[in-house]
Ligand binder design. Sequence first.
Ligand code: OFO
Length: 179
Amino acid sequence: MITKIVEKAINEQIRKEEHSSRIYLSMASWAQVNGFQGAAEWLYAQTDEERMHELKLIHYLNDRGGNAHLADLEKPATKFKSLMDVFQQVLKHEEYISASINEVYAVSIKQNDYSTGNFLQWYITEQTEEESTVRTILDQIRLAGEEKGGLFHMDKELAAQAAKKRTSQLAAATTNAGI
Ligand code: OFO
């Protein structure tokens, strides 16, 4: 059985993961209509990944005898200055999510809920990877910006990364390891 305090913290994280999914969906739509097809594919794939993060939390909470709830979500931004702007916002958001996961972890340990702490280790590792990936993308966009056609190649690189994301999402869904 999970304590009410841990249940509340996980429900709040569920809201944040769902919100992340919507934020990236809005960015994906912007990228698609602004000619960044590869970035759009990357962001659409990220949207699905965030939904998987949300589902994983919902299943965990309900399996432990808690009750997962969905909450109201704010409208995500729809306008961006540039591809750089989009990925700067992605990084800022991921840093916020990392801090939030750490907070849920701290709450669970304070409540002597080591099962939840153990479960959250997956998210802690995932956040480190997500932040690192986005920092690399930002470095590449910076470099691409300095040469002609650079952004075109960067967009192709993002398409390749999106294809890899889709392959691992499919593998996770097939083995049911992701949820
Ligand atoms: Fe769920 O990892 Fe991004 O936000």
